[in-house]
Design a binder for this molecule. Structure first.
Ligand code: PBE
Length: 268
């Protein structure tokens, strides 16, 4: 890191992710709230953000990324969230399971399993960390399901088995959702006999797909804030089965070696 303000050091760029992510909208809001009009939020993807962070971190260069918890990057690197005294990123929230209308009648055992599905950030981390270390998501999920049989038993207890009934799970390629969607797929297939197709889409189409029934379910709804606009837009066209994970967080994330602590430190 060289001299000048933090803004000069990072060329007034914040490394973002996919444009449909709620995190991007919240970051735009934060930039307005804090008067960061000379800053630019760069669109990309989760993978590109992680690659940029990895590269900067290895060189001990300054970087500011949009980040969230649960995410493997906090285990892999020494990072900190910038304080958000204005509360632009809202309160801690939950990840919800959301299904299409009519799934309860059409696939009652899948509906029941999805309704029971819940796990902790630490459990999700096991799958995420395996994936970033090179295990295929499907394999990492299968290993987790095998190692956590008791927990999984409770999700499928007394539910009838199908023979190859088709089910579509929509998801966005966010690391957290790659983990959760793969675990749910494994459970529905191995334990309940479904044939599950995973549809990788952007955030908007994920919500639209549930609303228009082209997908059956998703476990990737960040509420009440991050996906609020999608939630409001499709109100009545989906069923919210409640939280599958609690204890999330969003914000601007920097390596701990950077000499700033708050979003306010970006104002020049
Ligand atoms: N995320 C991860 C998503 C939800 C899951 C925080 C990047 C978003 O911002 O919409």
């Amino acid at each position: 890191a060289s001299g000048g303000t933090v803004g000069d050091q990072v060329k007034h760029k914040i490394v973002g992710i996919d444009p449909g992510a709620g995190l991007m909208k919240q970051t735009e809001k934060a930039m307005t709230d804090y008067g960061l009009s000379d800053w630019k939020l760069v669109e990309g993807s989760s993978a590109a953000m992680a690659a940029a962070l990895d590269k900067a971190y290895k060189n001990e260069e300054p970087i500011i990324v949009t980040g969230w918890t649960p995410h493997w990057m906090f285990a892999k690197y020494d990072l900190k969230y910038l304080e958000d005294p204005k509360g632009s990123y809202g309160q801690d929230e939950e990840i919800h399971t959301v299904v299409r209308n009519g799934l309860k009648e059409d696939a009652p055992s899948a509906y029941a399993m999805l309704d029971r599905f819940e796990w902790t950030p630490d459990e999700m981390a096991v799958v995420m960390n395996a994936v970033v270390d090179g295990t295929k998501p499907e394999e990492a999920a299968a290993q987790w399901v095998e190692a956590n049989a008791d927990k999984v038993d409770a999700w499928v207890k007394d539910l009838p088995k199908e023979s190859g009934k088709k089910l579509k799970l929509a998801f966005v390629a966010w690391d957290s959702e790659i983990a959760s969607t793969n675990v749910v797929k494994q459970v529905l297939e191995q334990r309940l006999g479904y044939k599950v197709e995973m549809l990788q889409v952007e955030a908007g189409p994920m919500w639209a797909g549930i609303a228009n029934s082209s997908a059956d379910a998703m476990v990737a709804a960040w509420l009440p804030t991050t996906h609020q606009d999608y939630y409001d837009k499709y109100q009545g066209q989906f069923e919210d089965l409640g939280a599958n994970l609690v204890g999330t967080k969003l914000g601007l994330v920097v390596p701990s070696y950077m000499d700033i602590n708050s979003i306010e430190d970006l104002i020049t």
